[in-house]
Design a protein around this ligand. Structure first.
Ligand code: DAH
Length: 338
């Protein structure tokens, strides 16, 4: 009694063969009439289903339904083939170049962050991560920030109702690393930071920094300077000079701001460096003993330097991007250039 299944399968292959070979609409229609039409094979088979012993009926019914679906599909495919102008092999021009899918690309901020991390990695630093939602202790207190420091003001930093904040700098990652690791420490921490600035060509409500921390015995300012110098050369080429200017940061003593000789004009003076020949790149200094005390390092034994630099700034200098906001608009015409 499985004969009926064999018969169905034979009819399906036959119908598929005829549909595939059909060269005119009438031939396709003939296939439909012969197999699915009122006096066709499938209605006839359907009438014979009643004769099949109940235990085989389910299998036969399955073959019947599957066969009918396949024939319908073959007919539709044949109709489409004719509608699209003949044989499928003629419809595809194999000599045309393929169409590439849009793969997207790495955003210039991510790429610059990764390049920075890579340069520091070659100098022995390990890249680590920290939370964007921070507590006041890690973002300010442990970093020796005075209670009246302006950066603590809700006008400058985003506070959550529960007292936590969006970190205003990557420096708290220094604290988190030292809390959980014994020295020596040599890390960089790239990431996003948040400040209540009014957006303009050089400011945004969020931007990216890469923090560095180096703790060991007998670390000196000369070590800091050589690391920054090396970074400047790797990032912008061998002609870039660096200069350190005295500054103040709560978590370093002494503190400096460091400038690169203008990468656009080479130091002669242009509109990018506002005719000074120098561009401010970031802050740095020797880790303040108060910070070591906060994390339980003995300042009599350990010394270190820290630095923080702005990623957008580096990306803008590197690629001569005139306005920070271009990096945040997600306009593919802009992003495609990188
Ligand atoms: N956190 C500082 C800022 O956002 C940058 C900075 C300055 C980081 C000096 C440091 C440092 O690690 O030593 O302005």
């Amino acid at each position: 009694m499985s004969d009926i299944i064999a018969e169905i399968n034979r009819a399906v292959s036959e119908a598929e063969g005829r549909a595939a070979a059909a060269a005119a609409a009438a031939e396709i229609e003939a296939v439909r009439i012969d197999y699915l039409g009122r006096n066709g094979l499938f209605p006839a088979l359907s009438r014979r289903m009643g004769e099949i012993p109940p235990e085989l009926r389910r299998a036969a019914g399955g073959a019947f339904n599957a066969g009918r679906t396949r024939i319908q599909a073959a007919i539709e495919a044949a109709q489409q083939r004719l509608a699209s102008g003949g044989e499928e092999k003629d419809a595809i021009d194999l000599t045309l170049p393929g169409r590439r899918g849009a793969a997207g690309r790495i955003h210039p901020i991510s790429r610059t962050a990764e390049e920075c991390a890579e340069i520091f990695r070659r100098m022995g630093f390990i890249a680590v991560d920290g939370p964007e939602i921070e507590d006041i202790y890690h973002n300010f207190d442990a970093l020796n920030t005075p209670m009246d420091h302006p950066s603590r003001d809700p006008q400058d930093t985003f506070y959550f109702p529960d007292g936590r904040i969006l970190r205003s700098q990557t420096s708290p990652v220094q604290i988190r690393v030292m809390e959980t690791h014994t020295p020596p420490v040599r890390i960089v921490a790239p990431g996003r930071v948040f400040r209540r600035d009014t957006p303009d060509a050089t400011h945004g409500m969020n931007f990216h920094q890469i923090e560095g921390l180096y703790v060991d015995k007998n670390v000196s300012m000369a070590d800091l300077k050589s690391v920054l110098q090396r970074f400047a050369h790797e990032m912008f080429g061998p002609d870039v000079r660096i200069r350190l200017r005295p500054h103040f940061f709560p978590f370093t003593e002494p503190s400096v701001e460091y400038d690169f000789s203008c990468v656009v004009c080479g130091g002669k003076g242009c509109n990018v460096c506002k005719n000074s020949g120098w561009i401010e790149i970031a802050g740095a200094g020797m880790v303040d003993p108060a910070v070591f005390k906060a994390v339980g390092y003995d300042p009599a034994v350990w010394s270190g330097f820290a630095f923080g630099l702005g990623i957008e700034r580096l990306a803008m200098l590197r690629h001569r991007i005139p306005d920070l906001r271009l990096l945040y608009e997600n306009d593919v015409r802009f992003l495609r250039q990188f």
